[in-house]
Design a protein around this ligand. Structure first.
Ligand SMILES: Cc1cc2nc3c(=O)[nH]c(=O)nc-3n(C[C@H](O)[C@H](O)[C@H](O)COP(=O)(O)OP(=O)(O)OC[C@H]3O[C@@H](n4cnc5c(N)ncnc54)[C@H](O)[C@@H]3O)c2cc1C
Length: 397
């Protein structure tokens, strides 16, 4: 059978791209190397703003509603913010991604799982994908194959390499541990170089993990062990510990399309460098890629509208998150003090999580309320321009 589009990768980016294409009547082949449902190393934390992008109600997929953000400094000095409404939801990735794939299939996509794509080629007129000893041709190709995907490897050799390495463990909780973590996420700073540790509740189990700068990869395991030995996790052993790379956005993504192929989600490094949130951007970029393909079909195959859409809707957010992360990760103690003494910052962050505001406004507000010498020093680190007209307007010096 001939397909209009081939999507490589059945994660959130690929499934939502396939869903959008199939809904529009396109013949779509969705290739996934693992059998669905498949395990994915991930905290499974969805900021609430994801609701506006999701093609379904989370319903039973939602394991926990988060109303409490607790920040700790190396396991101590908790700073707690309690909200009246949820700011995030928790999902198991195997079930969540399966539900997205199921929708794509219902819309008409042909999911072939357990199929590893070995190589891809793209020309001005079509794309070729090698898997399972055969070659399939289509008009367009979506690379949604994650942090170490074959589409970026073969067609986008200059793509930025993943900068963070993460470790995720599942930890069965005692009933006391479950009660302590109910509706709460713990974000621990100061321990993980260039990142942080987290504990996310999912009923009787917690997803506990750490992300560190790749240069400090050797410390990822000791960091997780020391985090597990702190707080209410003591004396519990994780049942599964899995490592993975986190392709956080860094200094521009480079081209996101080439000929008739494009990159989405982790394959395009669309992960928030401040928190490591990637599901939101995967679900945002997947349908954008599909939309660009649908438009390109009647415009000689030109996919440039995808680059424009991502540059407008996603990149400015990730740039602002990148500047914030440079401060938070280079000076974690200072960042923790900001969280500790300026609870307004956490409330601003709540607004980002629920989609009431965005990272750009969050960043502007933080700098506007920071004493000038401190802002000059850390802003320079972060790569922020000084005294822009916008900043002068905000002014509360
Ligand atoms: C430890 C850790 C914790 C995280 N926690 C969170 C969190 O709490 N919240 C959040 O929002 N984000 C989190 N992230 C990031 C998030 O997991 C990713 O951003 C998200 O999964 C990106 O979705 P995707 O569809 O682009 O890629 P993926 O979900 O990685 O999907 C890619 C798919 O492509 C398939 N594939 C790869 N190669 C091939 C091939 N050659 N042929 C066929 N199929 C292939 C893979 O099997 C996979 O199913 C975390 C990441 C890590 C590493």
């Amino acid at each position: 059978m001939r397909y209009d589009s081939i999507v490589v990768g059945g994660g959130p980016a690929g499934a939502t791209a396939a869903l959008t294409l199939a809904k529009a009547g396109a013949r779509v082949l969705l290739l996934e190397r693992r059998k669905i449902p498949r395990y994915k190393a991930c905290g499974g934390c969805l900021s609430r703003r994801v609701e506006r992008l999701l093609p379904f109600d989370l319903g039973k997929l939602n394991e926990e509603q988060i109303t409490n953000l607790t920040f700790t400094w190396r396991g101590r000095n908790p700073v707690e913010a309690i909200f009246s409404e949820p700011v995030a939801y928790m999902v198991w990735r195997d079930k969540f991604d399966q539900a997205l794939c199921r929708l794509a299939i219902e819309a008409g996509a042909d999911l072939q799982d357990g199929q590893t794509v070995r190589a891809v080629r793209a020309s001005k007129h079509n794309v070729e994908v090698d898997f399972d000893g055969r070659t399939v041709t289509a008009d367009f190709l979506v690379g949604a194959d994650g942090a170490c995907g074959v589409v970026a490897r073969d067609l986008f050799p200059n793509r930025t390499q993943p900068r963070l390495v993460g470790l995720d463990a599942e930890l069965p909780l005692t009933s006391a541990g479950e009660a302590a973590l109910k509706g709460r996420v713990i974000l621990d700073v100061g321990r993980a170089p260039g990142g942080y540790c987290w504990a996310f509740p999912k009923g009787g189990v917690a997803s506990v993990g750490v992300a560190v700068n790749r240069r400090a990869a050797k410390q990822v395991s000791p960091c997780l062990t020391s985090f597990l030995n702190s707080g209410s996790f003591k004396h519990r052993s994780p049942v599964r510990t899995t490592g993975a790379l986190l392709p956080v956005y860094h200094n521009g993504t480079g081209p996101l399309y080439r000929g008739r192929a494009l990159l989405t989600g982790d394959a395009a490094c669309l992960v928030d460098p401040f928190l490591g949130e990637g599901i939101f951007y995967a679900i945002q970029s997947g349908p954008m890629a599909a939309q660009a393909i649908l438009t390109a079909g009647s415009h000689g195959g030109d996919l440039s509208s995808y680059q424009a859409a991502v540059s407008t809707a996603i990149i400015p957010e990730l740039e602002a998150a990148g500047r914030l992360s440079r401060v938070a990760h280079r000076a974690p103690w200072l960042w923790f003090q900001v969280l500790r003494w300026r609870l307004g910052v956490i409330d601003l962050y709540r607004k980002v999580l629920i989609g009431e505001t965005n990272y750009r406004v969050f960043e502007d507000q933080i700098w506007a309320q920071t004493p000038r010498p401190v802002a000059m020093l850390f802003g320079a680190w972060a790569g922020r321009e000084y005294l822009t007209p916008k900043r002068k307007e905000l002014g509360s010096w």
